[in-house]
Design a protein around this ligand. Sequence first.
Ligand SMILES: Nc1nc2c(c(=O)[nH]1)N=C([C@H](O)[C@@H](O)CO)CN2
Length: 120
Amino acid sequence: MQTIFIEGLQVPTLIGVYDWERTQETVLIVDLQINAHLEAAMKSDDVADTINYAAVAETVKQVGKDAQFELLEALGNAIIEAVCARFDLYKIVLRIEKPGILPDANKVGITISHEVETNA
Ligand SMILES: Nc1nc2c(c(=O)[nH]1)N=C([C@H](O)[C@@H](O)CO)CN2
């Protein structure tokens, strides 16, 4: 099993519990770790044999564009559902940061780990 990661992806989205957060999009910072079998691409050197991280990033940004959640937890769940539906993976660890929102804190956020159920 190998890992693909994306760090520091900027994801604009409408998010927040309070009215003042819902007048404009917030740019969230997303990190993703995906565990998958990459052996085929390691041998073939063909992007068709792997999880294209550009396509993952595009999927995450599209979820953000379409979403209007209040909570980071709900957005995280939507991102995980979209990525798992599109890519063949075993585990995903998602971290979403919301910078500069709390006084006296650089950033707040969540981390969600999700393992895909297999029939094996
Ligand atoms: N666990 C969470 N707590 C809070 C969230 C959240 O998404 N998850 N959001 C907010 C507000 O929208 C925040 O950004 C401003 O106070 C508060 N707590």
